[in-house]
Design a binder for this molecule. Structure first.
Ligand code: HEM
Length: 478
């Protein structure tokens, strides 16, 4: 086979990486290494052992750099020159072929959109007591539903996702769905499926987009298109309902407020398409991440009986039988440590969300050319040798000898800098309230005869847990 070390000329000072082939670059080696290492983030990690903390890849015709270690990850996250988002087909197919919304846009339009979305979310209760009440209402609904099937084994991977949509959708669209709502459940399943066919680098669809005409199913195009059609049908209907009942003097939620911005032409970037992509960004970024983390959290708890017992002891002594509140967090160090340990060991955003160099810039000893995609090795930062026994789920690593919580700067599940996740506060509040509500009422058990569930994730845009069953057994006197 024709493999030459520098068969394709890499730019001067490009970080070192595996040999590249003409046209496809490293794509063949990625594919072959995936067979061995199973996960994209493990392939990058293995190469970084040989080539260093700033790993240079050529995927198809795109330069991709994977950045390892706290120092360089922080540097990328804090410098404006690296705060772009990739242009590839995978990223823009979800937004009408353009850079719209918050997650995959950049420059001045992104900054304006991010500001406007945060302002509107706050106006409707984001980060307030109303949001807490909203999360608690959903946590109670989850508990009520589990009481019905208490004692019966159930697959837990999707028992939370409609509740998570509801919490966001109340702010975005002023709406709540029944936790068994058929359409919402299907929509969540479709989003999950589409997240599992591609990884965050955008896969073949970004690097060789023309292959979608030849192998649409294999490279994930069929699933992405299906999710596009269904998600936008749902969003367009929701926006239409809002438009037909809009009172410009009484905006009810984010969609109403944005429709008013569009009517008043406050800015040329406020368009109907922009609003649709914002809704999609919030739905996808805010549901899959929280659901996957919460499911991993339940998995670690069901696998570690001692941890479950300690959590329940803390809940019983600090909360007793009243509903949990966010105020309880400051006293519930062990519960908070379990959440941090889950965010560490099961880092669902394994390489963050890709950044892009907006100009040529130096990073370490290398020049990162304008347009280079930057993936951040967050999973490795959270699971590397810098942690003692990183493969062991041990909440105590986040607790000092005096019993205080440790905020480690090696833990960056939500990114950092200007593009830091806008949902961090919401996600942390959801994880706390879901966990405390559930363990206050139930013991979680693996059904007799079921295999011990694996903590090995499913690869994808975000990592997710493989399907497993749990019995929710009502606690005595609860
Ligand atoms: C455990 C849950 C979550 C995790 C682990 C997570 C993680 C992340 C990460 C790593 C980024 C990229 C930061 C960067 O580019 O440097 C991000 C961005 C983002 N997240 Fe989250 N997230 C979570 C929950 C949420 C929620 C609940 C929302 C909904 C409000 C949300 C909305 C967003 C948005 C809109 C962005 C894009 C920000 C931008 O590009 O300016 N996320 N998140």
């Amino acid at each position: 086979m024709f493999i030459l070390k520098e068969a394709v000329q890499k730019p001067a000072y490009f970080p070192p990486g595996p040999p590249v082939l003409p046209v496809i670059g490293n794509l063949l080696s990625v594919w072959m290494n995936l067979k061995r290492y199973k996960y994209h983030h493990c392939v990058w990690k293995n190469w970084s052992k040989k080539y260093g903390k700033i790993l240079g890849l050529r995927l198809g015709v795109v330069n991709v750099v994977v950045v390892f270690g706290k120092k360089y990850i922080k540097e990328v996250l804090s410098r404006d020159v690296f705060d772009g988002r990739p242009d590839g087909f995978f990223y823009t197919i979800r937004s009408f072929g353009k850079k719209l919304g918050i997650v995959f846009s950049d420059g001045a339009t992104w900054a304006k959109t991010r500001r406007a979305v945060l302002k509107h979310l706050k106006n409707f209760g984001y980060s307030s007591r109303a949001m807490e009440a909203n999360i608690s209402e959903e946590a109670k609904a989850i508990v009520e539903l589990r009481k019905i099937d208490a004692g019966i084994p159930i697959v837990v991977n999707h028992i939370l996702d409609v509740a998570i949509v509801n919490i966001l959708w109340k702010l975005v669209a002023g709406k709540r769905y029944d936790l068994n709502d058929g359409r919402l459940t299907l929509l969540c399943d479709l989003i999950t499926k589409s997240f599992q066919v591609v990884d965050m680098s955008g896969g073949i669809l970004t690097f060789m987009p023309y292959l979608r005409h030849l192998f649409p199913k294999i490279i994930g195009y069929t699933d992405l298109k299906a999710v596009n059609d269904d998600v936008y049908k749902f969003i367009k209907e929701t926006i239409h309902e809002h438009r037909t009942s809009l009172d410009v003097n009484k905006p009810r939620d984010l969609i109403d407020s944005f429709l008013i911005d569009i009517m008043e032409q406050k800015d040329e970037c406020f368009t109907d398409e922009e609003l649709q992509v914002i809704c999609r960004d919030l739905l996808e970024a805010g549901v899959e991440t929280v659901n996957n983390t919460a499911v991993f959290m339940l998995l670690h708890i069901v696998l570690n009986k001692d941890i479950q017992t300690q959590l329940q002891a803390e809940i019983d002594s600090e909360i007793e039988n009243r509903p949990p509140t966010l105020k309880d967090r400051s006293r519930m160090i062990y519960t908070e440590a379990v959440i941090l340990e889950t965010l560490r060991i099961s880092s669902v955003a394994a390489v963050g969300i890709p950044h892009m160099a907006r100009e040529d810039a130096r990073l370490g000893d290398y020049i990162i050319r304008k347009g280079t995609f930057l993936l951040l090795a967050i999973h490795d930062l959270h699971n590397g040798d810098q942690w003692k026994n990183p493969d062991v789920f041990k909440p105590e690593r986040f607790i000092t000898a005096e019993g205080n919580l440790i905020q480690s700067d090696l833990l960056m599940p939500f990114g950092a800098g200007k593009r830091r996740c806008i949902g961090e506060g919401l996600a942390r509040a959801e994880l706390f309230l879901f966990l405390t509500h559930i363990l206050q009422r139930f013991n979680l058990k693996i059904p007799n005869g079921d295999p011990i569930p694996s903590t090995e994730p499913i690869d994808g845009v975000t990592l997710s847990a493989k399907e497993f069953r749990v019995i929710f057994e009502l606690r005595r006197n609860k």
